[in-house]
Design a protein around this ligand. Structure first.
Ligand code: NAD
Ligand code: UDP
Length: 333
């Protein structure tokens, strides 16, 4: 079976390509490399010893996307391609709506024309919005607090409406919690440009000495140690979750929203200390004011993924930090 992976050169996409190839799927990557590079495709081939077809295509270019589907047959699509920086989406809402929504619309049009109707979509825990109780369960109402989050809510709605028009569609809306870590080989991982927004890449740069200390955003939340609590998930667990979701989607129809998380909350300071253990040195931090828009704590109810996909996370916090550090320390300078 051949699977098209949009955004396959990115952080989660590249790890998922490895899992797909190792599970026996053929993989084609479609990416415009706006936040990645073809080197990731070469690394996927190096890790797996298998060939990957790569299309340098922008999802905003409808004709180019259609041409991909005319040239090749795909049994399913995993759709990661999108812009993902929450803060940037607030200052560039039109760019975010255009890239994420128009890109998804173009993809769906091309898929419909090619009669390819199996789609796994990268959604996010952000669609649970600011008021739902924790842990988050798939049936809860969705909303958002940033243009980025609204693109996920809107695309979920659009895909649900699309599936309602034709019972042949099979669509999975995968709501990721906080993906971190890297492939065990150290060859692929998360390498954001500039100063990272997310916690683990920021701590990684403190560990390399590129940044002096971690700014802990808020020390007075109503959580066990006062710092924010999230559900961190090893990116290889997440990648394997996609293979299970795809298997399910290939043998069912309709729409399913499914959480991919561990079901466990971890505080900023717990993650920070786990990273100190992984890199073998003491790191500095300072408690700073809360970051605007942050929720105190959330984690997944992971039971639906277990029931539908027979999937749950297997890698702990120490392996997340160890694998992140292996990748980071071998890509320093
Ligand atoms: P990433 O930026 O590393 O990967 C996204 C990829 O999409 C990049 O390779 C980029 O070049 C490509 N891309 C973007 N716009 C494109 C376009 N118009 N045409 C073609 N390619 C395009 O991000 P990631 O962390 O791997 O995230 C993948 C998906 O998962 C995104 O949709 C993101 O919103 C979602 N997600 C990520 C997280 C997270 O914390 N990383 C959490 C929840 C959901
Ligand atoms: N965080 C922090 N310092 C940073 C980045 C993040 O204290 O430099 C905290 C943040 O307040 C939140 C947690 O780490 O409690 C996870 O933040 P991240 O941005 O990685 O994910 P998200 O907020 O999107 O869940």
């Amino acid at each position: 079976m051949r699977i098209l992976v949009t955004g396959g050169a990115g952080f989660i996409g590249s790890h998922t390509c490895v899992s797909l190839l190792e599970s026996g799927y053929e993989v084609a990557v479609l990416d415009n490399y706006v936040n990645s590079s073809p080197a990731a495709v070469a690394a996927i081939e190096q890790i797996t010893g298998k060939k990957v077809l790569a299309y340098e295509v922008d999802l905003l270019d409808l004709e180019a996307v259609q041409a991909v589907f005319q040239k090749d047959h795909f049994d399913g699509v995993i759709h990661f391609a999108g812009l993902k920086a929450v803060g940037e989406s607030v200052s560039k809402p039109l760019e975010y709506y255009h890239n994420n929504i128009t890109g998804s619309l173009n993809l769906c049009r091309a898929m419909r024309e090619a009669d390819c109707k199996v789609l796994v979509f990268s959604s996010s825990a952000t669609v649970y919005g600011p008021v739902n109780p924790i842990p988050y369960v798939e049936g809860m109402p969705t909303s958002a607090t940033s243009p980025y989050g609204w693109t996920k809510v809107m695309i979920e709605q659009m895909l649900t409406d699309l599936a309602a028009t034709d019972p042949a569609w099979s669509i999975s809306l995968l709501r990721y919690f906080n993906p971190v870590g890297a492939h065990e080989s150290g060859l692929i991982g998360e390498a954001p440009n500039g100063i990272p927004n997310n916690l683990m890449p920021y701590i990684a740069k403190v560990a390399t000495g590129e940044l002096p200390y971690l700014r802990v955003f808020g020390g007075d939340y109503d959580t066990p140690d006062g710092t924010g609590v999230r559900d961190y998930i090893h990116v290889m667990d997440l990648a394997e979750g996609h293979v299970k979701a795809l298997e399910y989607a290939l043998s069912h129809t309709g729409v399913e929203a499914v959480n991919l998380g561990s079901g466990k909350g971890t505080s900023v300071l717990e993650l920070f200390h786990a990273y100190e253990r992984a890199c073998g040195k003491e790191l500095a931090y300072q408690i700073c004011p809360r970051r605007a828009g942050d929720l105190p704590a959330f984690w997944a109810d992971p039971r639906k993924a277990e029931a539908l996909y027979h999937w749950h996370t297997t890698r702990d916090l120490d392996s997340m930090c160890r694998d992140s550090w292996r990748f980071t320390s071998s890509h320093m300078g």
